[in-house]
Write a protein of this length. Structure first.
Length: 331
């Protein structure tokens, strides 16, 4: 097994859970004043996290919310964004051009912005109306915001029960998932390290993971060509190009859209001999109630795919931090 800093992982997740008090204070204050709607605004990987928050909320909440791609919003705008809009963003660097311009446009329209910005001395950190600065764990932070808004709307009675379990068990549980996934991760890395193209399929809160894993990890960091597709769309075009040797990986989570990905997984053996099924249900998460596992499937999948990444990185002798063009050129 390729070792990782277990204590660092534990501290990272527990630290993210510990900022829930800050999140609750901000969201509670907004709810007391009143708000019109919520806009999840992102670009690239952060847009993928917005898509996960969207799926998470839409089957649970009647709150008026929507997702915007920052680059599209800058050019097209959205009349829904204005006085009473709460925009939620996340940024590691605090300097991504599309996010800076998108936040400015939203604020000019009258919106207030909750910003998770890893570095507090950056441009975005100084722009947002409510700043929380803590690194990584983007999806967990977004879900904590969504959950608190839903709790305050009377839509999430199990809020305290869930977070009591997460505070006690999530960090250790995710570390154990990562350990359990290592052998599979190495096997899949060896099988696909030289792929000319690889297809990723997923649904529900896994679709954001599917989209970002294909684009932000395999393409951006491993330089392996990919395509991501929603399981609901797989049978409307894409499956016609699948043959015996096509490299396909299906992500299966445990939320309400699980059956969409199960349908793809059931079909693939009929036409393909080069597919992989990664199902979060196969991984234990000690201390977490069964009813909450769908809520957390995307976090399990990230722990699992991390092991694929470290093995591809080693096998291909290609450090994941190297970029050809991203932030290397003007574009």
């Amino acid at each position: 097994m390729l070792k990782f800093d277990e204590q660092k992982q534990l501290d990272s997740v527990n630290g993210a859970l510990a900022i829930r008090g800050e999140i609750e204070s901000i969201v509670d204050g907004i709810c007391q004043k009143g708000y019109k709607n919520i806009c999840w605004l992102g670009i690239g990987g952060t847009y993928a996290s917005c898509l996960q928050a969207e799926v998470h909320m839409k089957e649970r909440s009647a709150i008026n919310f929507f997702v915007e791609n920052a680059a599209e919003y800058i050019k097209t705008g959205n009349k829904k964004v204005g006085e009473g809009t709460i925009v939620v963003i996340s940024s590691v660097t605090g300097s991504t051009a599309e996010m800076v311009d998108g936040v400015k446009k939203a604020q000019d329209a009258g919106a207030k912005v909750i910003g998770f910005v890893d570095y507090p001395d950056t441009k975005l950190a100084k722009m947002v109306d409510y700043l929380i600065s803590y690194p990584k764990n983007e999806q967990l932070k977004f879900f904590m915001v969504a959950d608190r808004f839903m709790y305050n709307a009377g839509e999430f009675d199990e809020y305290h029960e869930l977070y009591a379990e997460l505070d006690e068990h999530l960090a250790r549980g995710l570390v154990e998932v990562e350990k359990a996934a290592d052998e599979m991760g190495e096997r899949l890395a060896r099988k696909h390290m030289n792929d000319s193209i690889h297809y990723f399929v997923g649904a529900g809160n896994q679709y954001g993971a599917t989209y970002s894993y294909a684009m932000c990890f395999w393409e951006e960091q491993h330089w392996i060509r990919t395509k991501s597709i929603h399981s609901a769309e797989f049978f409307h075009g894409m499956f016609e190009i699948i043959d015996r040797d096509t490299a396909v990986t299906v992500f299966i989570g445990e939320d309400s859209q699980r059956a969409l990905s199960e349908r793809v997984a059931k079909f693939l053996p009929r036409v393909c001999a080069n597919y992989n099924i990664i199902d979060t249900k196969n991984y234990e998460l000690k201390g977490i109630s069964e009813k909450f596992r769908g809520h957390l499937s995307h976090l399990l999948m990230r722990a699992i795919t991390t092991r694929i990444d470290v093995h591809i990185e080693k096998l291909n002798c290609h450090p994941m931090e190297i970029r050809r063009y991203y932030r290397q050129l003007d574009y």
